[in-house]
Write a protein that binds this ligand. Structure first.
Ligand SMILES: NC(=O)c1ccc[n+]([C@@H]2O[C@H](COP(=O)([O-])OP(=O)(O)OC[C@H]3O[C@@H](n4cnc5c(N)ncnc54)[C@H](OP(=O)(O)O)[C@@H]3O)[C@@H](O)[C@H]2O)c1
Length: 256
């Protein structure tokens, strides 16, 4: 049995609480969040804690708070030499207070309160100061049925950067497409099979091999038509130009 305390009631903290609660051989000792009114739909059978001085003994403390608060929260923990990890893709492990056994338990997935997450689809990137602690974190991921990988800070930061391209930027492109389809009274649902197929294809083709479209074909007539259509949206026109240039560079056509 691994005992866990989770700190933070945002997207990640809340999903971790549910995952730990539903796993065999994991015991959720407490859930800390500073504002008692923070959670909208209370989760049952968990002891809430709103005062760091009242934290109980556990095998691991998972700090799932905003990046800028991780270091401060770790300093405020009223004990030493216990395993304390954070869940950030970008914060170095060494920003945790050195009075703890430090580690990182970064879930490489996107979490929103409104969307359920299957933890078998959540790879955990693990880093620890002590070898024994990595075993414990691997075991913890295993009990949540999640894959896990030993990843150092530099590798994790590269993965986080990749995740921004894959998830955040792609999602912003969805949002632009949504606005463009809305402006012509087209339901966004029409585009959803394309979204799924695009994600499915890179499961077995490289992103290079999977590319299609006017930039890959160097079809300047279509590109010019798209750029004219976007004349009333200079910001989107500029994104279109940048990405078209990048695809052309990748596929051997240098000029836009
Ligand atoms: N969301 C994702 O998709 C995702 C994926 C992987 C990793 N992560 C990482 O996971 C961590 C949490 O992200 P999140 O998306 O769950 O953030 P979030 O939804 O914005 O929630 C942040 C939580 O941190 C708490 N907090 C902020 N400042 C605090 C402080 N000074 N003391 C105590 N609690 C404080 C907030 O409490 P209040 O409500 O009281 O402000 C809230 O509970 C971050 O390190 C993030 O980089 C996020």
């Amino acid at each position: 049995m691994i005992s866990v305390v989770i700190l933070g009631a945002g997207n990640v903290g809340t999903h971790l609480v549910k995952a730990v609660q539903s796993a065999d051989n994991l015991s959720l000792i407490q859930w800390f969040f500073r504002d008692p009114k923070a959670i909208k739909s209370p989760i049952k059978d968990v002891e809430f804690c709103h005062d760091l001085d009242r934290l109980k003994l556990a095998d691991v403390y998972i700090i799932a708070v905003s990046d800028k608060a991780i270091s401060d929260v770790s300093k405020q923990l009223p004990f030493e030499n216990r395993l304390v990890v954070h869940t950030s893709g970008s914060i170095p492990m060494k920003q945790l207070d050195m009075k703890h056994r430090r580690g990182v338990f970064y879930p490489l997935q996107t979490f929103s309160l409104a969307s359920e997450v299957g933890f078998s689809e959540v790879p955990f990137c693990i880093e620890t100061m002590q070898r024994e602690d990595s075993k414990l974190l691997k075991n913890l991921a295993n009990k949540m049925e999640s894959p896990s990988y030993m990843i150092n800070t530099e590798q994790r930061q590269a993965l986080h950067l990749s995740a921004v391209f894959i998830n955040n930027f792609t999602n912003q492109l969805y949002r632009i497409a949504h606005e463009l389809s809305d402006s012509k009274n087209i339901n966004f649902d029409v585009l959803k099979p394309l979204i799924l197929e695009t994600a499915k294809k890179v499961q077995y083709l490289s992103p290079y091999a999977a590319q299609t479209g006017p930039a890959k074909r160097n079809d300047q007539v279509t590109i010019n038509h798209h750029l004219r259509t976007l004349e009333s949206h200079p910001e989107y026109q500029s994104i279109y130009e940048q990405l078209t240039k990048s695809i052309k560079n990748t596929h051997g056509f240098k000029k836009l």
